[in-house]
Ligand binder design. Structure first.
Ligand code: FAD
Length: 333
């Protein structure tokens, strides 16, 4: 088996396969190494199994990191180029109402098969079950007497016996480690002298030890406010058996995790009636039919029945001032 390559790509997920395809298209001899026995576990779970390939509008501001570096990447391979790239591989994308682009087959496997097929077609050698434990090499050119030797000399040695002039680390992040991306890539990068930025979970549901988890399956439109950080997000929140999920929670999660990781005092507040203030809700409550229950009052304003029942079942007319004010706070603070 050949053991010397121009480029070794470590990790053959979405990023590694793309890197391998483009390097091989430039004429490089490329090997793609992946610790997993079967490729593309993360592609297969992406987009709920349908793989949301891109969005019809993509801005640098949508990404975390250096705006200039991101803008450069997006200019080099923009949305039309992405659509063309996949169309050339036989993957036709459709735009959904949200602006998200999915394969017309609604199957993430279409995307995975196309990438693996394209890599093989252009001569990439794919080795699965090949976990990279060590990469030795400085990344500097090996000096030698002849220019030919200098350019052909391998500069990196992988796991002691595979050589490559260049290495592309595409080992993924840390999400869903059972898909193969368990963070060892960071170790490899550090050993090669790179600085690894602080990484933390984002776009994740939140675990909550609270009676609200009894409402598992209920979803509600809310404004989430992160006190102490002064960040707000509006959208749909889903109660689950372990805590909170839904788009607004996923969007808020990185702010919460970052604040907690930095040891900052932060408190997550849900406003179940985001268009109301304490005062507007109190005046509506004072004007409401006193025979209505507080739950019915809330339900009529769009709060799902199960949540409204949980927030208060007393009759409005029998509430003391203190009870009324506490009830309002439970809804919007
Ligand atoms: C539930 C979920 C849904 C998602 N939905 C979408 C979506 O719809 N659209 C979207 O654009 N993004 C989505 N994402 C994000 C997207 O899946 C990832 O950003 C993308 O797959 C990352 O690709 P990657 O190649 O960087 O890393 P990965 O896909 O994690 O690939 C890294 C590869 O490296 C291998 N590897 C790791 N360490 C080693 C080692 N030491 N030696 C050898 N191999 C190694 C792993 O086995 C793995 O195959 C979703 C993510 C999740 C978790």
């Amino acid at each position: 088996m050949r053991q010397t390559f121009d480029v070794a790509v470590v990790g053959a997920g979405a990023a590694g396969l793309m890197a391998a395809i483009f390097a091989a298209r430039e004429g490089a001899r490329v090997v793609a190494l992946d610790g997993a026995k079967r490729l593309g576990a993360k592609i297969l779970i992406s987009g709920g199994g349908r793989c949301n390939v891109t969005h019809d509008v993509v801005h640098p501001a949508d990404f975390n990191g250096s705006r200039n570096a991101i803008a450069k990447v997006l200019r080099t391979f923009d949305v039309p180029a992405t659509i063309d790239f996949f169309r050339d591989l036989g993957v036709v994308l459709k735009r959904e109402e949200t602006g998200k682009l999915f394969p017309v087959t609604d199957r993430a496997a279409t995307v995975l098969d196309a990438l693996v097929g394209a890599a093989r077609d252009v001569g990439v050698e794919i080795r699965t079950g090949f976990r990279v434990e060590s990469i030795e090499g400085s990344g500097r050119l090996v000096r030698s007497s002849s220019r030919a030797d200098e350019t052909s000399a391998p500069h990196f040695t992988i796991n002691g016996d595979l050589h490559a002039k260049r290495v592309i680390l595409a080992t993924g992040g840390r999400s869903v480690p059972k898909t193969g991306s368990d963070g060892h890539g960071y170790v490899l990068a550090r050993r090669l002298g790179h600085t690894v930025t602080n990484v933390f979970p984002a776009l994740v549901p939140l675990v909550l030890d609270h009676w609200l988890t009894k409402l598992s399956g209920t979803s509600v439109e809310v404004e989430l406010i992160l006190r102490g950080v002064n960040h707000r997000e509006r959208g749909s929140m889903l109660f689950t058996h372990f805590g909170l999920s839904g788009p607004v929670v996923l969007d808020m999660s990185r702010h919460w995790v970052e604040a907690r990781g930095a040891g900052r005092e932060a408190q997550l507040i849900a406003n179940f009636l985001p268009d109301e203030t304490f005062e507007s809700l109190e005046s509506q409550l004072l004007a409401a039919n006193p025979h209505l229950t507080f739950a019915t009052f809330l339900h009529r304003r769009g709060i799902p029945e199960r949540l409204a029942d949980a927030l208060g079942s007393g009759m409005i007319g029998k509430m003391t001032r203190e009870q009324r004010r506490n009830a309002i706070r439970s809804v919007i603070e």
